[in-house]
Design a protein around this ligand. Structure first.
Ligand code: ADP
Ligand code: MG
Length: 694
């Protein structure tokens, strides 16, 4: 999200740099690097301290990583045929060691005998020699001894075919030719207040720091800047919300009580409370901006429907957006069952609605003949108009990118906004990041749910799991089987959904109706399969993580996830949440292969120990360590390049104070078309769902 307004020069293609030919450019493009600016923003994932060396033997003894300068002294081979493997013999000046190059035969060419290298990795004593099979090796030749001796070297995220040395050289050229074009965007006042480096310096120091302290200062500087612009948008949005007065007709709540009386159950206390909070918001003069968080299966959809009814009764239109068509359809069906009988006029809209059906549908929405439209982000595409859109509900909001949500702002006057998420955010962070949002939390599950029993099973023992599933199916229940891949992969030897679908159908569960669902199927196929599973015509649903969000089939009581180690904690939790939705006892089986990493082990253990999404989110953070927020349960909505809102909480708070003060002082700031900050924000809209910069 760090999106500096560089001068035009920095939009030059990387191919302007020496050493960046077509082939290199193609590799860079794979990582999203096209321009000089992109390259500058391709920050190191770490810095390698070349000032402290640890030899092979010393590392093996201490059980730490070796980090040694060495010479390649021989190429040897072991194994036969396809298994033939290269063994590089290297000498660190004290000891010789073997590097087992599994799947890295190309090192024969890249690391000829006699070349100088830096080797990093774990070593052990095996078969009487020092060995490593998990190591990084880098040629030193051509880099110049100078760079290597002096302290820190950037370590970049790479793509196959690109070496650290390549990227380092390109960045060095870029710094030499373009660094002077980098300009500051932060108000100078703030730069002074926090004694921040100039941006140009900070970017240089990220890539080529003089020492560790400078690298950290540079990071902090860029993190502050990123957080500041983020907070500026939050502040600006909070401000414009406070300025808008919504004309309200407060309804009597007739539709709500009709829905309540039609439900076969009572709302939980937390659901009641959330509805009450929303209804209160909808009665005040300011637009609502509320985040509804509640664990998987806690019943957020119903709360959303109550909110919708309140607005519809007052004569407004409501749009409910879901991240996948599957989920949007499911909501539409639920709405048809619950709301249509109350006279609510429904519509469904996604990118797949047929051309012929579109004009009348869009016409009806524009004329106000639709009260509640459910769909995907197509709801906010350019062609769509609303007569009086008053409430926007975003389900699974963490699933949406920034841009889709930004588009919401263009549909007329600022609507009320309800965002729903099953991905809990630590409270401090919620307040700071969603600073202008009110939060409702559902902690309580609907009554009668039995805790899901989770079992781990080692690959090889899955026959026992299948046997168990057979017995439960015999009782009339339904099961999901989830796989990490759709079809066969040349790279990974993993079970995949297509093959397992055939195998489960033909060999393991003959006679049991089985369906298959994954993202490559056509929408109508997916829909038909889902409907059959819901009805019970299909009893086993073989799937990929497409069923991760939102799918609700209460009769399904078994979730089998094979290669569970390949899934993140958030995904596992969401998948498990597909069962345990009815009255029956539910089970979740996590089948894992023996190639478990420490992290993988920790994730499975966490799944075994708790089913509380809030706890799992915290656990997830711990497992990854605070430095790695990307892809965690919390980071979905944020997407920072440098900043880490948890680690940098103090910075975030400072940035927040500065940003709010600035908007307070000069509210017109962002409405002046020429204001440079406005330009920055336009480019880097943080979840600007409600007219942040329109
Ligand atoms: P989520 O919060 O994950 O979106 P859903 O809205 O899909 O959860 O609800 C999960 C299931 O719980 C649905 O089948 C829904 O009908 C049911 N449900 C919701 N609220 C209650 C309640 N108060 N009592 C019983 N069942 C409920
Ligand atoms: Mg849901």
């Amino acid at each position: 999200m760090l999106c500096p307004v560089f001068l035009r020069e920095l939009r030059d293609p990387v191919t302007r740099l020496r050493g960046a030919g077509k082939a290199v450019a193609a590799l860079l493009a794979r990582m999203g690097i096209y321009t000089i600016a992109d390259l500058f923003l391709h920050f190191p994932r770490d810095w390698d301290d070349r000032s402290s060396w640890i030899g092979f033997a010393e590392a093996a003894r201490a059980g730490t990583r070796a980090h040694a300068r060495a010479t390649v002294v021989a190429h040897e081979w072991f194994g036969y045929g396809r298994m033939k493997t290269l063994k590089l013999r290297v000498d660190d000046g004290r000891d010789e060691a073997s590097l087992l190059c599994f799947n890295r035969a190309f090192l024969e060419r890249n690391m000829p005998v006699g070349c100088s290298v830096v080797v990093t990795g774990k070593f052990g004593l095996r078969y009487g020699e020092l060995q490593s099979s998990a190591f990084e090796i880098e040629g030193l030749d051509g880099e110049g001894e100078g760079t290597v001796k002096s302290g820190l070297l950037a370590v970049y995220p790479l793509t196959e075919g690109l070496a650290q040395g390549n990227v380092r050289k390109l960045v060095a050229h870029a710094l030499a030719d373009y660094n002077r074009h980098i300009e500051d965007e932060l108000p100078p006042r703030l730069r002074e207040k926090h004694a921040l480096m100039a941006k140009r310096e900070a970017i240089r120091a990220m890539h080529a720091p003089r020492d560790a302290a400078e690298a950290l200062r540079a990071r902090e500087c860029l993190a502050y800047e990123e957080l500041f612009f983020f907070q500026l948008a939050v502040a600006q949005r909070a401000h414009s919300r406070a300025e808008v007065a919504v004309p309200r007709r407060v309804p009597k709540g007739i539709l709500r009580s009709r829905l309540a009386s039609r439900l076969p159950f009572k709302l939980t206390n937390d659901q009641e409370k959330a509805v009450a909070e929303i209804v209160t918001d909808l009665g005040t003069a300011r637009p609502m901006a509320r985040l509804l968080q509640g664990d998987v299966g806690s019943g957020k959809t119903l709360v959303a429907f109550f909110a919708a009814l309140e607005v519809i009764e007052a004569g407004g239109q409501v749009a409910l957006m879901a991240p996948t068509e599957l989920l949007a359809r499911q909501h539409a069906e639920t709405a048809a069952g619950l709301l249509e009988p109350l006279g609510v006029r429904l519509a469904f809209l996604s990118g797949n609605v047929e051309d012929a059906a579109r004009p009348p549908l869009l016409g009806a929405m524009a004329k106000g003949e639709v009260d509640l439209v459910l769909g995907t982000q197509a709801l906010f595409s350019d062609a769509v108009e609303y007569r009086h859109l008053r409430l926007v509900i975003v389900d699974e909001q963490h699933r949406f990118g920034v841009l889709q949500r930004l588009a919401l702002s263009r549909k007329g006057p600022m609507p009320d906004l309800l965002m729903m998420t099953a991905t809990p955010i630590p409270r401090t962070l919620a307040l700071t990041v969603f600073g202008d949002l009110a939060v409702s939390t559902i902690r309580e599950m609907p009554p009668g749910r039995k805790p899901i029993v989770t079992h781990l099973a080692k690959a090889g023992n899955e026959a026992k799991v299948y046997e168990f599933v057979r017995r439960v199916l015999a009782l009339g229940q339904r099961a999901y089987f989830v796989y990490p891949l759709i079809g066969e992969s040349t790279k990974l030897e993993l079970k995949n959904a297509e093959e397992m679908h055939a195998k489960l159908r033909d060999e393991l569960f003959p006679g049991v109706p089985i369906g298959l669902i994954h993202s490559r199927l056509r929408e109508d196929e997916k829909r038909a399969t889902m409907a059959a599973f819901k009805k019970g015509d299909i009893r086993i649903l073989v799937a990929t993580s497409v069923v991760e969000v939102g799918v609700d089939v209460p009769e399904a009581s078994i979730m089998v996830i094979e290669h569970a180690e390949r899934f993140g904690l958030a995904a596992l939790h969401q998948l498990r949440g597909r069962v345990g939705r009815g009255q029956a006892q539910s089970w979740c089986f996590l089948v894992f292969s023996d190639k478990l990493t420490e992290e993988g082990k920790a994730r499975l253990k966490a799944m075994l120990e708790t089913s509380d999404g809030f706890k799992l989110a915290e656990e997830d953070l711990k497992i990854r360590g605070p430095g790695d927020l990307s892809g965690t349960m919390q980071s979905g909505a944020l997407g920072f390049a440098v900043a880490d809102p948890i680690k940098d909480l103090l910075l975030l708070e400072e940035a927040r104070i500065d940003a709010f003060a600035l908007v307070e002082e000069d509210p017109a700031l962002l409405s002046e078309a020429s204001h440079p900050l406005r330009e920055v924000l336009r480019r880097a809209p943080p979840f600007g769902e409600a007219a942040a910069v329109s």
